[in-house]
Design a binder for this molecule. Structure first.
Ligand SMILES: *Cc1c(COP(=O)(O)O)cnc(C)c1O
Length: 482
């Protein structure tokens, strides 16, 4: 089909879908329309978001949603799973081919689920299996109560070393309030206080002292590349399993922007990811593994998961097929080029960036130079139609709620076709808002970390300049709802 005919067909499909939805609950249909309008008319710079293709989105809205399929391909605990087998096998095949991974597991519902599957696979492989062999049992059901207590004690005494949240790590990398920080004894590595960069010697020293079972690499808010070959070396030196969580940058791995030492797949024993961030697929998770861990990862259900989301696995197959097209490499390179343009745009306008720049898809702006907290900056930007999220900076004096940073990501607007000039303008708009916003006071007249005031006319001026760019690069070109 030509692009134009395809766009017409997509319009017809969504018109029909919204009519059907409205016949039951019109307010949901209305909110769905409004969400499209809002996404179309704002600058989406949230680093973890993107715009999946209509093919991917439409795949999620089918009767596959109704099917239970606990188990694995060809080995289900439910009857009549032949079509789920087809789509799950396709999703796994595309993932293996795309990333060059020996094994792929497409069932996790989200990034967090993928990480839980990975953690328990590592515990199964490195703690449970040796314990069962020692005790002469085939599985945990055969253990005596005393042996089971002993094994639970062994699970509960394992150590995990991950990147701290304020340095850019994720909640699931051993953050105390998260399950990962509770099921493991955890320690965290940060970044160099001077440069903001990962210091591999510090990671190595921590690993040698702490002797973790799991070394987690990967991040949500670190604007630089990681040398995964070095991380694997460190893991090997202390007998740890290297797990890389590439949730944020999987699109850059898929698009071959990160290769060699920067590609986690050949170096980590287990790689986890989301499928909805830079990878531009449906909301979901994925686990890739070396052969050694394949059988353990395959036990995601019943270890951690129940029934997989069959409709989302089908959409993963569609999105991963898209990511295997040559155009996806162009897209991924443009994501990284655009982040550089955005960073340069900020730097030439005098703003301060964590690590002084970027070489991935995200930019972390320290807004304290504007006299604002992250919370104030985020709100002021949102008033002007610039959608971002506040984020801690290393050693953040304002904590994780108010923060001192704003995180920007380029994957979504790159999907809309934004290039160098547009991202330079984005930097200009952001600086325009922040330099015209003042921190406010609370009711008692004391300085507030939440209230703020932006000078008159700034939000309108920024919206007008955004609209010009957004009109030139429409979201879902040709999709017109009646
Ligand atoms: C987003 C993210 C996750 C969690 O993904 P969800 O789908 O929101 O559960 C896990 N790890 C990292 C590094 C992430 O950035």
């Amino acid at each position: 089909m030509t692009d134009e005919r395809l766009a017409k067909t997509v319009s017809t499909a969504y018109d029909a879908a919204l009519e059907v939805i409205a016949s039951v609950e019109p307010r949901v249909a209305q909110a769905t329309r409004q969400e499209l309008a809002d996404q179309r008319s704002s600058l989406k710079l949230i680093a973890s978001e993107n715009y999946a293709s209509p093919a991917t989105l439409l795949t999620m809205g089918t009767w596959f949603s109704d099917k239970y399929a606990e188990g694995t391909v060809g080995h289900r605990f439910y009857a009549a799973c032949q079509n789920v087998d087809t789509v799950e096998a396709l999703a796994a095949e595309h993932a293996r081919e795309l990333f060059g991974a020996p094994y792929a597991y497409a069932q996790p519902h989200s990034g967090i689920d993928a990480n839980l599957v990975a953690f328990w696979s590592i515990l199964a492989n490195r703690v449970e299996t040796p314990a069962l062999a020692r005790l002469g049992a085939k599985n945990v059901n055969e253990l005596s109560e005393a042996d089971w207590e002993q094994l639970r004690h062994e699970f509960g005494n394992q150590r995990l070393l991950g990147m701290s949240l304020d340095a850019g790590g994720h909640l699931t990398h051993g953050f105390r309030p998260n399950i990962s920080g509770k099921m493991f004894h955890q320690q965290q590595y940060g970044t160099d206080p001077e440069t903001g960069l990962l210091d591999y010697d510090v990671v190595r020293a921590k690993a040698q002292e702490f002797k973790p079972l799991v070394l987690v690499a990967g991040y949500s808010a670190y604007p630089r590349r990681v040398n995964f070959a070095k991380m694997r070396e460190i893991a090997d030196e202390v007998g740890a399993v290297l797990m890389v969580d590439m949730a944020h940058f999987a699109g850059l791995v898929a698009g071959k922007v990160f290769t060699g030492d920067e590609d986690p797949v050949p170096h980590a024993q287990i790689v986890t990811t989301t499928t909805h961030k830079s990878l531009r697929g449906p909301r979901g998770g994925l686990v890739l593994a070396q052969e050694e861990f394949a059988a353990d990862v395959d036990r995601g259900c019943p270890m951690v998961l129940g029934g997989p989301l069959s409709h989302v696995m089908a959409a993963k197959a569609v999105a991963l097929a898209e990511a295997r097209q040559p155009e996806f490499r162009t897209y991924a390179q443009q994501i990284a080029d655009n982040a550089k343009s955005l960073a340069e745009g900020f730097l030439t306008r005098g703003a301060t960036l964590v690590t002084g720049g970027t070489d991935n898809h995200l930019v972390l702006l320290d807004v304290s130079g504007f006299g604002l907290t992250g919370r104030q900056a985020e709100s002021a930007l949102l008033d002007a139609g610039v959608v971002t999220n506040r984020n801690s900076v290393p050693g953040d004096p304002n904590g994780a709620w108010y923060t001192s940073g704003i995180r920007f990501g380029t994957p979504a607007l790159t999907t809309r076709g934004f290039g160098h000039d547009e991202f330079d303008t984005v930097a200009d708009l952001v600086v325009d808002v922040l330099s015209n916003t003042q921190a406010g006071t609370n009711k008692a007249g004391a300085p507030s970390k939440a209230t703020y005031a932006t000078s008159d006319g700034v939000a309108d001026r920024v919206r007008a300049r955004s609209a010009e760019m957004l009109d030139k690069h429409p979201l879902y070109p040709g999709l017109q709802l009646s």
